[in-house]
Design a protein around this ligand. Structure first.
Ligand SMILES: Cc1ncc(COP(=O)(O)O)c(C=O)c1O
Ligand SMILES: [Zn+2]
Length: 383
Protein backbone atom coordinates (compact mmCIF):
# COMPACT_ATOMS: atom_id res chain seq x y z
CA UNK A 1 0.00 0.00 0.00
CA UNK A 2 1.36 3.44 -0.92
CA UNK A 3 1.42 5.43 2.25
CA UNK A 4 1.01 9.18 2.33
CA UNK A 5 3.53 11.50 3.85
CA UNK A 6 3.41 12.37 7.58
CA UNK A 7 5.49 15.57 7.21
CA UNK A 8 3.07 18.36 6.29
CA UNK A 9 4.98 21.62 6.75
CA UNK A 10 5.86 24.17 9.41
CA UNK A 11 3.76 25.93 12.05
CA UNK A 12 4.65 28.95 14.16
CA UNK A 13 4.52 28.30 17.90
CA UNK A 14 3.36 31.88 18.50
CA UNK A 15 1.00 33.13 15.75
CA UNK A 16 0.11 29.56 14.60
CA UNK A 17 0.58 30.45 10.90
CA UNK A 18 1.16 27.41 8.70
CA UNK A 19 3.77 27.23 5.93
CA UNK A 20 4.13 24.46 3.40
CA UNK A 21 7.85 24.68 3.94
CA UNK A 22 9.05 24.29 0.36
CA UNK A 23 11.44 27.17 0.86
CA UNK A 24 14.21 27.26 3.46
CA UNK A 25 12.49 29.08 6.35
CA UNK A 26 14.18 29.98 9.60
CA UNK A 27 12.01 31.80 12.18
CA UNK A 28 8.37 32.70 11.40
CA UNK A 29 8.26 35.18 8.49
CA UNK A 30 5.17 36.82 10.05
CA UNK A 31 6.05 37.24 13.73
CA UNK A 32 9.60 35.91 14.16
CA UNK A 33 8.34 33.14 16.50
CA UNK A 34 9.90 29.68 16.45
CA UNK A 35 8.65 27.22 13.85
CA UNK A 36 7.87 23.58 14.57
CA UNK A 37 7.50 20.86 11.97
CA UNK A 38 4.01 19.38 11.58
CA UNK A 39 3.82 15.59 11.52
CA UNK A 40 0.37 14.21 10.81
CA UNK A 41 -0.47 11.61 13.45
CA UNK A 42 -3.27 9.95 11.46
CA UNK A 43 -0.81 9.31 8.64
CA UNK A 44 1.76 7.96 11.10
CA UNK A 45 -0.76 5.35 12.30
CA UNK A 46 -0.54 3.81 8.80
CA UNK A 47 3.00 2.73 9.65
CA UNK A 48 3.75 -0.37 11.69
CA UNK A 49 6.33 -0.51 14.47
CA UNK A 50 6.78 -4.20 13.63
CA UNK A 51 8.38 -3.30 10.30
CA UNK A 52 11.09 -1.11 11.78
CA UNK A 53 13.62 -3.93 11.82
CA UNK A 54 13.68 -3.84 8.01
CA UNK A 55 15.08 -0.30 8.16
CA UNK A 56 18.67 -1.03 9.23
CA UNK A 57 20.42 0.27 12.32
CA UNK A 58 20.71 4.03 11.87
CA UNK A 59 18.10 6.51 13.09
CA UNK A 60 16.85 6.82 9.52
CA UNK A 61 14.65 3.75 9.98
CA UNK A 62 12.41 6.33 11.69
CA UNK A 63 12.37 8.58 8.61
CA UNK A 64 8.55 8.73 8.69
CA UNK A 65 8.91 10.84 11.87
CA UNK A 66 11.34 13.24 10.20
CA UNK A 67 10.69 16.46 8.24
CA UNK A 68 11.89 15.16 4.89
CA UNK A 69 10.03 14.25 1.74
CA UNK A 70 9.36 10.61 0.96
CA UNK A 71 11.95 8.84 -1.06
CA UNK A 72 14.60 11.41 -0.20
CA UNK A 73 18.16 10.19 0.16
CA UNK A 74 19.47 11.02 3.62
CA UNK A 75 22.82 12.69 4.19
CA UNK A 76 23.98 10.06 6.63
CA UNK A 77 27.15 8.86 8.32
CA UNK A 78 25.46 6.10 10.31
CA UNK A 79 24.26 8.33 13.17
CA UNK A 80 21.84 7.02 15.80
CA UNK A 81 21.05 3.39 16.53
CA UNK A 82 23.14 3.86 19.67
CA UNK A 83 23.30 1.28 22.48
CA UNK A 84 21.21 1.44 25.63
CA UNK A 85 23.43 -0.05 28.31
CA UNK A 86 23.19 -0.49 32.08
CA UNK A 87 25.15 1.76 34.46
CA UNK A 88 25.15 -0.46 37.52
CA UNK A 89 27.59 1.66 39.52
CA UNK A 90 24.69 4.14 39.91
CA UNK A 91 21.87 1.63 40.43
CA UNK A 92 20.49 -1.48 38.79
CA UNK A 93 17.69 0.58 37.24
CA UNK A 94 19.91 3.16 35.56
CA UNK A 95 20.43 2.90 31.80
CA UNK A 96 22.64 4.97 29.53
CA UNK A 97 21.75 5.98 25.99
CA UNK A 98 25.31 6.07 24.66
CA UNK A 99 25.38 8.95 22.21
CA UNK A 100 29.18 9.08 22.27
CA UNK A 101 29.02 6.39 19.54
CA UNK A 102 27.84 8.87 16.92
CA UNK A 103 30.13 9.81 13.99
CA UNK A 104 31.57 12.94 15.62
CA UNK A 105 31.06 11.68 19.17
CA UNK A 106 27.86 13.49 20.13
CA UNK A 107 24.08 13.41 19.72
CA UNK A 108 24.37 16.63 17.69
CA UNK A 109 24.98 14.42 14.65
CA UNK A 110 21.31 13.41 14.69
CA UNK A 111 20.06 17.00 14.34
CA UNK A 112 22.70 17.90 11.77
CA UNK A 113 21.99 14.85 9.59
CA UNK A 114 18.27 15.72 9.39
CA UNK A 115 18.82 19.45 8.93
CA UNK A 116 21.42 19.06 6.20
CA UNK A 117 19.24 16.48 4.43
CA UNK A 118 16.26 18.85 4.39
CA UNK A 119 18.34 21.93 3.55
CA UNK A 120 20.00 20.22 0.63
CA UNK A 121 16.55 19.23 -0.68
CA UNK A 122 15.63 22.91 -0.38
CA UNK A 123 18.75 23.80 -2.42
CA UNK A 124 20.56 25.68 0.34
CA UNK A 125 24.18 26.21 -0.72
CA UNK A 126 25.69 28.01 2.26
CA UNK A 127 24.80 27.68 5.90
CA UNK A 128 26.00 29.36 9.05
CA UNK A 129 25.62 28.51 12.73
CA UNK A 130 26.72 29.53 16.19
CA UNK A 131 27.90 26.64 18.31
CA UNK A 132 29.71 25.82 21.52
CA UNK A 133 31.72 23.34 19.45
CA UNK A 134 29.90 20.05 19.06
CA UNK A 135 27.19 21.22 16.66
CA UNK A 136 29.94 22.93 14.66
CA UNK A 137 31.71 19.57 14.20
CA UNK A 138 28.45 17.85 13.23
CA UNK A 139 27.38 20.46 10.69
CA UNK A 140 30.90 20.57 9.27
CA UNK A 141 30.74 16.80 8.64
CA UNK A 142 27.29 16.64 7.03
CA UNK A 143 27.70 19.89 5.07
CA UNK A 144 30.92 18.55 3.61
CA UNK A 145 29.13 15.33 2.60
CA UNK A 146 26.31 17.33 0.95
CA UNK A 147 28.72 19.85 -0.60
CA UNK A 148 27.12 22.74 1.25
CA UNK A 149 29.36 25.59 2.45
CA UNK A 150 29.47 25.69 6.26
CA UNK A 151 30.40 28.75 8.36
CA UNK A 152 30.74 28.16 12.09
CA UNK A 153 30.97 30.81 14.82
CA UNK A 154 32.45 29.55 18.10
CA UNK A 155 33.21 31.31 21.38
CA UNK A 156 36.98 31.74 21.69
CA UNK A 157 37.21 29.51 24.78
CA UNK A 158 35.77 26.45 23.03
CA UNK A 159 37.59 23.10 23.53
CA UNK A 160 40.66 22.85 21.21
CA UNK A 161 39.59 19.50 19.72
CA UNK A 162 36.19 20.92 18.72
CA UNK A 163 37.93 23.84 16.99
CA UNK A 164 40.37 21.51 15.20
CA UNK A 165 37.73 19.02 14.09
CA UNK A 166 35.41 21.73 12.77
CA UNK A 167 38.27 23.08 10.65
CA UNK A 168 39.51 19.69 9.48
CA UNK A 169 36.03 18.78 8.33
CA UNK A 170 36.18 21.70 5.96
CA UNK A 171 34.09 24.37 7.68
CA UNK A 172 35.00 28.08 7.69
CA UNK A 173 35.55 28.87 11.33
CA UNK A 174 35.38 32.20 13.15
CA UNK A 175 36.16 32.39 16.86
CA UNK A 176 34.47 35.27 18.63
CA UNK A 177 34.97 36.87 22.05
CA UNK A 178 32.28 36.18 24.67
CA UNK A 179 29.65 33.45 25.02
CA UNK A 180 27.53 31.54 22.54
CA UNK A 181 25.05 34.43 22.70
CA UNK A 182 27.74 36.63 21.11
CA UNK A 183 28.55 33.91 18.57
CA UNK A 184 24.82 33.85 17.77
CA UNK A 185 24.83 37.58 16.96
CA UNK A 186 27.84 37.13 14.64
CA UNK A 187 26.15 34.19 12.91
CA UNK A 188 22.91 36.12 12.39
CA UNK A 189 24.81 39.08 10.95
CA UNK A 190 26.80 36.85 8.60
CA UNK A 191 23.62 35.07 7.47
CA UNK A 192 21.94 38.36 6.66
CA UNK A 193 24.91 40.03 5.01
CA UNK A 194 25.92 37.08 2.81
CA UNK A 195 22.50 35.49 2.22
CA UNK A 196 23.41 32.26 4.04
CA UNK A 197 20.92 30.01 5.80
CA UNK A 198 21.11 30.29 9.60
CA UNK A 199 21.10 26.76 11.04
CA UNK A 200 21.64 27.86 14.67
CA UNK A 201 19.66 26.23 17.48
CA UNK A 202 15.92 26.82 16.96
CA UNK A 203 16.55 29.48 14.31
CA UNK A 204 16.17 26.49 12.02
CA UNK A 205 13.15 24.22 12.58
CA UNK A 206 14.98 21.16 11.20
CA UNK A 207 17.18 20.01 14.09
CA UNK A 208 14.96 19.00 17.03
CA UNK A 209 13.15 16.11 15.30
CA UNK A 210 16.56 14.58 14.57
CA UNK A 211 17.38 14.56 18.27
CA UNK A 212 13.82 13.36 18.91
CA UNK A 213 14.82 10.04 17.33
CA UNK A 214 16.51 9.27 20.68
CA UNK A 215 13.00 8.99 22.17
CA UNK A 216 11.94 6.66 19.34
CA UNK A 217 14.99 4.44 19.83
CA UNK A 218 14.69 4.35 23.63
CA UNK A 219 11.02 3.33 23.32
CA UNK A 220 11.88 0.57 20.87
CA UNK A 221 14.83 -0.59 23.02
CA UNK A 222 12.45 -0.87 26.01
CA UNK A 223 10.07 -2.90 23.84
CA UNK A 224 7.60 -0.03 23.67
CA UNK A 225 7.32 0.44 27.41
CA UNK A 226 8.42 3.86 28.59
CA UNK A 227 11.15 4.29 31.18
CA UNK A 228 9.96 6.22 34.26
CA UNK A 229 12.47 9.06 33.80
CA UNK A 230 14.76 10.42 31.10
CA UNK A 231 17.62 12.53 32.45
CA UNK A 232 18.84 15.22 30.08
CA UNK A 233 21.52 17.93 30.41
CA UNK A 234 19.89 21.08 28.99
CA UNK A 235 21.67 23.76 26.99
CA UNK A 236 19.60 25.12 24.11
CA UNK A 237 16.98 22.45 24.79
CA UNK A 238 16.93 20.92 21.29
CA UNK A 239 17.08 17.34 22.56
CA UNK A 240 14.60 17.91 25.36
CA UNK A 241 11.97 19.50 23.12
CA UNK A 242 12.56 16.95 20.34
CA UNK A 243 12.36 13.92 22.60
CA UNK A 244 9.26 15.10 24.43
CA UNK A 245 7.51 15.77 21.10
CA UNK A 246 8.29 12.24 19.89
CA UNK A 247 7.32 10.56 23.20
CA UNK A 248 3.93 12.29 22.96
CA UNK A 249 3.45 11.27 19.33
CA UNK A 250 4.28 7.62 20.14
CA UNK A 251 1.60 7.57 22.83
CA UNK A 252 -0.96 9.25 20.55
CA UNK A 253 -0.43 6.80 17.70
CA UNK A 254 -0.65 3.89 20.14
CA UNK A 255 2.91 2.56 19.88
CA UNK A 256 3.42 3.16 23.64
CA UNK A 257 0.98 3.46 26.57
CA UNK A 258 2.67 6.09 28.73
CA UNK A 259 5.40 8.72 28.74
CA UNK A 260 8.50 9.19 30.87
CA UNK A 261 9.00 12.21 33.10
CA UNK A 262 11.82 14.46 31.94
CA UNK A 263 14.58 15.39 34.37
CA UNK A 264 16.26 18.60 33.18
CA UNK A 265 19.77 19.15 34.54
CA UNK A 266 21.90 22.30 34.39
CA UNK A 267 25.14 23.38 36.07
CA UNK A 268 24.67 25.68 39.08
CA UNK A 269 26.82 28.30 37.33
CA UNK A 270 24.36 28.59 34.42
CA UNK A 271 20.89 27.29 35.24
CA UNK A 272 18.32 29.62 33.67
CA UNK A 273 15.91 26.79 32.79
CA UNK A 274 16.05 25.12 36.22
CA UNK A 275 15.52 28.46 37.96
CA UNK A 276 12.55 29.40 35.76
CA UNK A 277 10.93 25.97 36.05
CA UNK A 278 11.22 25.76 39.81
CA UNK A 279 9.77 29.27 40.16
CA UNK A 280 6.81 28.36 37.92
CA UNK A 281 7.73 30.90 35.22
CA UNK A 282 6.48 30.81 31.62
CA UNK A 283 9.77 31.96 30.12
CA UNK A 284 13.45 31.88 30.94
CA UNK A 285 15.34 34.93 32.17
CA UNK A 286 18.88 35.60 31.03
CA UNK A 287 21.55 34.15 33.37
CA UNK A 288 24.11 36.82 34.16
CA UNK A 289 27.84 35.89 34.16
CA UNK A 290 27.59 32.17 33.34
CA UNK A 291 30.48 30.09 34.75
CA UNK A 292 30.80 26.33 34.41
CA UNK A 293 33.13 23.65 33.06
CA UNK A 294 30.16 22.31 31.04
CA UNK A 295 30.64 24.42 27.91
CA UNK A 296 27.70 22.88 26.03
CA UNK A 297 25.34 23.95 28.82
CA UNK A 298 26.61 27.52 29.00
CA UNK A 299 23.59 29.03 27.28
CA UNK A 300 22.53 32.13 29.24
CA UNK A 301 19.11 32.46 27.56
CA UNK A 302 17.88 29.65 25.34
CA UNK A 303 15.78 30.90 22.44
CA UNK A 304 13.22 28.16 23.06
CA UNK A 305 12.84 28.93 26.77
CA UNK A 306 9.02 28.80 26.75
CA UNK A 307 8.97 25.63 24.69
CA UNK A 308 11.48 23.89 27.00
CA UNK A 309 9.55 24.86 30.15
CA UNK A 310 6.23 23.72 28.62
CA UNK A 311 7.76 20.36 27.68
CA UNK A 312 9.14 19.72 31.19
CA UNK A 313 5.82 20.80 32.71
CA UNK A 314 3.75 18.56 30.42
CA UNK A 315 5.92 15.59 31.35
CA UNK A 316 5.45 16.38 35.07
CA UNK A 317 9.20 16.63 35.10
CA UNK A 318 11.89 17.69 37.51
CA UNK A 319 14.59 20.36 37.09
CA UNK A 320 17.76 20.46 39.16
CA UNK A 321 21.20 22.03 39.31
CA UNK A 322 24.52 20.26 39.83
CA UNK A 323 27.80 21.83 40.90
CA UNK A 324 30.97 21.61 38.78
CA UNK A 325 32.56 19.51 41.57
CA UNK A 326 29.73 16.98 41.19
CA UNK A 327 30.18 17.01 37.41
CA UNK A 328 33.90 16.23 37.82
CA UNK A 329 33.11 13.41 40.25
CA UNK A 330 30.55 11.95 37.84
CA UNK A 331 33.05 12.18 34.96
CA UNK A 332 35.54 10.12 36.99
CA UNK A 333 32.94 7.57 38.14
CA UNK A 334 31.65 7.01 34.61
CA UNK A 335 35.20 6.66 33.26
CA UNK A 336 36.50 4.27 35.90
CA UNK A 337 33.38 2.23 36.74
CA UNK A 338 31.42 2.26 33.49
CA UNK A 339 34.27 2.58 31.01
CA UNK A 340 32.78 5.59 29.25
CA UNK A 341 34.54 8.87 28.50
CA UNK A 342 32.16 11.78 29.00
CA UNK A 343 32.58 15.45 28.38
CA UNK A 344 31.51 17.67 31.31
CA UNK A 345 28.17 18.66 29.71
CA UNK A 346 27.32 15.00 29.36
CA UNK A 347 28.54 14.08 32.86
CA UNK A 348 26.10 16.65 34.30
CA UNK A 349 23.23 14.20 33.73
CA UNK A 350 25.05 11.50 35.71
CA UNK A 351 25.89 13.99 38.46
CA UNK A 352 22.16 14.45 39.03
CA UNK A 353 21.47 10.79 39.83
CA UNK A 354 22.75 10.65 43.44
CA UNK A 355 20.80 13.86 44.16
CA UNK A 356 17.59 12.45 42.71
CA UNK A 357 17.83 9.46 45.05
CA UNK A 358 18.96 11.44 48.12
CA UNK A 359 16.12 13.94 47.83
CA UNK A 360 13.61 11.16 47.23
CA UNK A 361 12.51 12.75 43.92
CA UNK A 362 13.11 9.39 42.24
CA UNK A 363 12.61 5.94 43.76
CA UNK A 364 15.40 3.38 43.35
CA UNK A 365 12.83 1.04 41.81
CA UNK A 366 12.11 3.51 38.98
CA UNK A 367 13.74 3.02 35.59
CA UNK A 368 15.95 5.92 34.64
CA UNK A 369 17.59 6.59 31.27
CA UNK A 370 20.47 9.08 31.21
CA UNK A 371 21.44 10.52 27.87
CA UNK A 372 25.24 10.40 27.53
CA UNK A 373 25.27 13.29 25.09
CA UNK A 374 28.95 13.65 24.21
CA UNK A 375 32.29 11.89 24.26
CA UNK A 376 35.16 13.02 26.47
CA UNK A 377 37.61 12.45 23.61
CA UNK A 378 37.02 16.05 22.51
CA UNK A 379 37.56 17.43 26.01
CA UNK A 380 40.53 15.43 27.32
CA UNK A 381 42.05 18.55 28.86
CA UNK A 382 39.02 18.64 31.19
CA UNK A 383 39.11 14.98 32.32
C1 LIG B 1 27.71 17.35 25.08
C2 LIG B 1 26.48 18.21 25.10
N1 LIG B 1 25.48 17.87 25.93
C3 LIG B 1 24.34 18.61 26.00
C4 LIG B 1 24.18 19.75 25.23
C5 LIG B 1 22.91 20.51 25.31
O1 LIG B 1 22.10 20.21 24.21
P1 LIG B 1 20.76 20.98 23.83
O2 LIG B 1 21.13 22.22 23.12
O3 LIG B 1 20.01 20.02 22.98
O4 LIG B 1 20.05 21.28 25.11
C6 LIG B 1 25.21 20.12 24.35
C7 LIG B 1 25.06 21.34 23.52
O5 LIG B 1 26.00 21.88 23.01
C8 LIG B 1 26.37 19.34 24.28
O6 LIG B 1 27.37 19.67 23.46
ZN1 LIG C 1 4.49 33.50 13.74
Amino acid sequence: MARSEPYKGLRCNDCRSFFEGEEPLERCPKCSGLLDTVLDEDTLTEYSRKRLDEGGRSMWKFSMFLPVRRGSIPVTAGEGGTPLRPAKSFSKNVWVKDETRNPTGTFKDRGASVAVTRLSQLKVQQLVLASEGNAGCSFALYSQMARIGCHVYLPRQSNPAKIQLTKKLGAHLTQVPGTIADAGRYAARSAKAAGRYNASTFVTPFRHDGKGTMALEISQQFEWKSPDYVVYPVGGGVGLVGMWKMFKILEKIGWTRSNPRIVAVQPSGCAPVVEAYNRGREDVEEWKSPRTIANGLKIPKPLAGKWILKSIRESKGIALKVRDTEIRRAMRQVATKEGMLMEPSSAAGFAAIPRLYETGSVDRGDTLVVIATGSGLKTLEQL
